[in-house]
Design a protein around this ligand. Structure first.
Ligand code: NAP
Length: 198
């Protein structure tokens, strides 16, 4: 399916916190696939993570993503899942974007771990029917799509940075510099995030 409308990437995440691995993936996918825009969509309630660990307030995570993205060309922060409230389902986000502009072509961007969990997503059939799934993979990665999916695989020099490690660093008093944008370092400090938990 091709469309004459804008090519929009949805890069969704809990972003607790956002780091340079997320940003590098977003800009490289945009470049590789010639997307007009990549939206960093901040999950309101990442329902599959609830109960696993405390998740920072959505407003704080949104602020950090705004600080991280700054004025990078072609990236935009999107708060629709927070405004929608409740559990965050990518199927609803895809549907909303297509309602706003039915001519657009939507690309759902995921890392390779997230890709492995796609079959467990709410209304995944809808996501699969209405978007192209883009998997951000390490060089030499082996993720293969289930048959019948429209997919793209974009190889990026994946940076071995994880939000889990970053939270542990704050709790232990280790530095975050160069792993997240300087403005995000200040934002985490100002908001008092991750000091006593991982
Ligand atoms: P996250 O932990 O904040 O990660 C956001 C994305 O960045 C993931 O795709 C992750 O892939 C990728 N990533 C993390 N570190 C990276 C690095 N160093 N380099 C490149 N990519 C990196 O967010 P999440 O909680 O997994 O959620 C991802 C999205 O899936 C959200 O939009 C969420 O709402 C959606 N989701 C939807 C449903 C549903 O609709 N029912 C269910 C589950 C998740 P990896 O996981 O491979 O690291």
């Amino acid at each position: 399916m091709t469309s004459a409308g804008p090519r929009i990437g949805i890069f969704g995440g809990t972003f607790d916190p956002p780091h340079v691995g997320h940003l590098a993936a977003a800009v490289n996918v945009r470049h590789s696939l010639g997307l007009d825009l990549v939206l960093l969509v901040v999950a309101n309630v990442p329902w599959q993570k609830v109960g696993e660990r405390p998740v920072s307030p959505a407003a704080d995570r949104l602020e950090l993503v705004r600080l991280a993205v700054g004025d990078v060309e072609g990236l935009e922060v999107d708060d629709r899942e927070i405004r929608r409230g409740g559990d965050s389902y990518t199927a609803d986000t895809v549907a909303e974007l297509l309602e706003e502009d039915p001519s657009s072509e939507v690309f759902v961007i995921v890392g390779s771990d997230a890709a492995a969990g796609l079959p467990t997503w709410e209304r995944i059939d809808e996501v699969r029917a209405r978007s192209v799934i883009v998997v951000v993979d390490r060089p030499g990665g082996t993720w293969g799509p289930p048959s019948g999916w429209r997919t793209e695989r974009v190889e990026v020099p994946r940076l071995e940075i994880s939000s889990t490690d970053l939270r542990a660093r704050v709790a232990d008093g280790r530095p975050l510099d160069y792993l997240v944008s300087p403005s995000v370092v200040s934002g985490i400090e100002r908001l008092g995030l991750y000091r006593d938990r991982r």
